[in-house]
Design a protein around this ligand. Structure first.
Ligand SMILES: N[C@@H](CCC(=O)N[C@@H](CS)C(=O)NCC(=O)O)C(=O)O
Length: 264
């Protein structure tokens, strides 16, 4: 049995869960509480020294990095293929995976931590806050989180994150003008990878910013939400605390994004 260490709302975990579901692969999900700091526990660090989820365990093998795991699952069960048919569309798919890994994933972290997770962090004692950062192995991640926990939406990196998403949604819109899915005529790993990021924009109340300019993306997202993998791997995983965290987000982020993008 495959074992996946993930988090209920983790975008990278969702990429992998959706891939497993779309491919009909059985797995056991072990949810880490990332706000509590389970990812820094010594036993978990032995599996994933980067202190992040997801981590896939397949027998004696440990597979890291969400996009690598998705492609590992594809290789494991090629009969339910999520690869586009043509070399050109496969290249497109790989470009989406690469871009989603970087810069979209860190930009998503910036926006999520500035909105959903900041209040939880600010409720910790100064000692707990320091311990959180002291345990974080990646200085880039630490610097981004420190900036948004300190300054919220006013942190300068927030503007860049909004611009990166504006370009990302614009490029998805163009791709969906040509095809029903982002890397071609069929659903692929690229759609599985993009899903949690568009879903996150919706959860932090930002997706509406693009409702008029990106109708194809909104339509794609509705079609994605109607797939059985979405309910099973996204919605059904949410705990009451997750729902409350995201429900508490106000419209400040959307207002900031609208003002910023109107000025362009
Ligand atoms: N490049 C990694 C990034 C993984 C990542 O950033 N995971 C987040 C959840 S989506 C995490 O574990 N965060 C823990 C933290 O911020 O301390 C991958 O794609 O697997």
């Amino acid at each position: 049995m495959l074992i996946l260490y993930d988090g209920t709302t983790s975008v990278c975990g969702i990429k992998v869960r959706i891939t497993q579901s779309e491919k009909g692969l059985e797995f056991e999900s072990r949810n880490l509480d990332l706000r509590k700091g389970d990812q820094f526990e010594p036993d978990y660090l032995k599996l994933n020294p980067n202190a992040v989820v997801p981590t896939l365990i397949d027998g004696d093998d440990i597979i890291l990095e969400s996009s690598v795991i998705m492609q590992y699952l594809e290789d494991l069960a090629p009969e339910e293929s999520l690869l586009p048919k043509t070399p050109k569309d496969r290249a497109r798919m790989r470009l989406w995976l690469k871009r989603i890994d970087d810069p979209i994933h860190p930009a998503c972290g910036t926006l999520t931590h500035a909105t959903a997770f900041r209040p939880i962090f600010l409720n910790k004692s100064p000692e707990e806050q320091k311990a959180h950062f002291d345990r974080m192995p990646d200085p880039g991640r630490r610097a981004r989180q420190e900036a948004v926990y300190r300054d919220g939406l006013e942190a300068p990196i927030v503007e860049n994150a909004i611009r990166l998403f504006d370009k990302f949604i614009g490029d998805m819109e163009s791709a969906l003008n040509e095809n029903p899915f982002i890397a071609g005529p069929g659903y692929s790993l690229a759609d599985a990878a993009a899903t949690p990021y568009v879903n996150r924009l919706a959860a932090i109340k930002l997706l509406d910013v693009w409702a008029d300019s990106a109708p194809n993306v909104i339509d794609w997202y509705s079609r994605i939400q109607a797939r059985p993998s979405f309910k099973a791997m996204v919605t059904d995983y949410l705990k009451e605390g997750d729902i409350a965290q995201f429900a508490a987000i106000d419209d400040a982020g959307a207002e900031k994004a609208r003002t910023l993008l109107d000025e362009q």
